[in-house]
Design a protein around this ligand. Sequence first.
Ligand code: B12
Ligand code: SF4
Length: 500
Amino acid sequence: MPHTLASALDDNLELLPEARVRLLLVQPGSEWTMLGQTSSKGKAGTVRLSLPIVAALTPKDIEVAFVDCRMQELDYEKHVDLVGITVLTCEAPFAYEIATRFRERKVPVVLGGYHPTFRPQEAGRYADAVVIGEAELVWAELIDDFRHGTLKKFYSADRLCDMDRDVPMPKRDILNAELYHTFNTIQATRGCSLACNFCSVGAFFNHKFRTRSPDLVVAEIRELLSRGKLRRRRNRILAPRERVVFVDDNLIFDTKYALNLFEELVPLKIRWSCQATVKLAEDEHLLALAAQSGCEWVSVGFESINPENLKWLSKNWLPIGHGAGSTQKAGFEDIIEAYRNIVSNFHRHGINVLGNFMLGFDSDTPEMVERTIKATTRTNLDAALFHVVTPFPGTQLGEILDRQRRIMSRDWSLYDSGQVVFAPAQLSPNELQELYWKGYEEFYKVHRILLRGLRRPYSATSTVAIGMSTRRKMKRLNGKNSLRKESQKGFHPHSKKGAN
Ligand code: B12
Ligand code: SF4
């Protein structure tokens, strides 16, 4: 017997399926980036939580389907009433193509995410509605307007949402778990109050940092663990602990919060990874607790080894406390030494480190970038990602390079941190492009991958697996000659598996 109006409505709608509104949520993808590619098994790396959150905010009487275009075929003929697309900058051209095809059939389309937030007018040309910023405080209103045929062009909340009150548990059952290597992604905090000028996160969240109560985070992980039970039983020997990835921009920004969270994680006996600054390596207590609660990988933005770049980025806190003094005085070798110390602090606690490096800052000459690439192999890192400096819309760096008229291309599909879209100061675009690939080639030479495994045998499986898979992706992207030509533009779907 139905007890509430909502469940009565649900029951009736089950009897009358035709009356249900059908919402299709689409993640477009962009296959040219190192990180955007599917693996040789046809799986994507990480679940992005954007659309599972939107699905969870959607009223229950609406039927929700989801397609991740990286692995799944999008059926443009599917009977749907409303389409929602999440858009990173590098996904924008493909997202606009999808939107256009649905709108040709008179199906209204809503665009949301980073790119529409920073380029709302542009996105508005391809959509019936654009959500600027977070969905939490506007999605209900948008759905209501849709039902009444009064969709507005732009929806934007007048404040950031409360992470405990307004952020729902993502509706992960819209996803096909088999299509992802890492299904268990979770978000404990949003934003970061540091102001790295190349990063989109500060501008998106108004440089504010918010946290979610550790109780809620733990409850969500427990829910993930109960779903993963079967998978875990099968993998008991190889993976006795379930893995969870925090997608937070800087999980340890608020040390007190991080300490509370890590304490709560201890009893869960999980293994987890996150993005954090080197502050984590410098706080022995925090680091020990992170390790004790299951931290196995940390992604750290070292950004550069060139002291001039670090000064320009105001990252003069990087090597402090490691004998090198501040970057104001430190030379190239001091910085390598400082990075080695940071890495070895993590290693002492059994935590692997993925270092991120950006290439193409104004102080980078070809020699300096070559030197940087060589130096990354001496830092004892377990993995590294190289990024070409990219002037993402909405960032300070974007504004600076725009003012200086150095942005060479606004083909957003190239904005994936792996393509040169601006005029570097001391290198030619081609030189920088070649050096970007050289970074991957050098760091992921087979003997180096194996050495990394031997150096730290207890984590050899994951280090070697990540190394080999990055190497394969690099080769697949056609290494050195990958500066894309106009004719290569566009999206070429990968192998298809049935959509949910
Ligand atoms: C997990 C992650 C990844 C994963 C998975 C990506 C994927 N393709 O699925 C990996 C590691 C593979 C990855 C790769 C890349 N990423 Co990434 N990634 C993230 C990260 C850390 C978390 C994403 C997430 O789950 N967020 C949680 C959800 C809930 O937040 P959200 O996406 O903002 O969604 C909210 C709103 O935006 C809005 N919304 C979003 N979509 C929609 C859609 C609709 C219809 C509506 C109504 C609302 C809405 O509502 C949501 C709820 O409030 C973000 C940083 C961040 N804080 O988001 C960077 C981020 C999205 N990545 C970024 C970038 C640049 C990349 C790369 C290009 C390269 C790189 N250097 O990392 C590649 C591109 C890969 C590709 N081709 O797909 C940038 C994007 C900048 C931009 N302008 O596009 C971000 C913001 C990081 C940053 N510091 O700048 N990434
Ligand atoms: S520390 Fe990381 S998340 Fe914070 S502003 Fe810098 S790059 Fe962005």
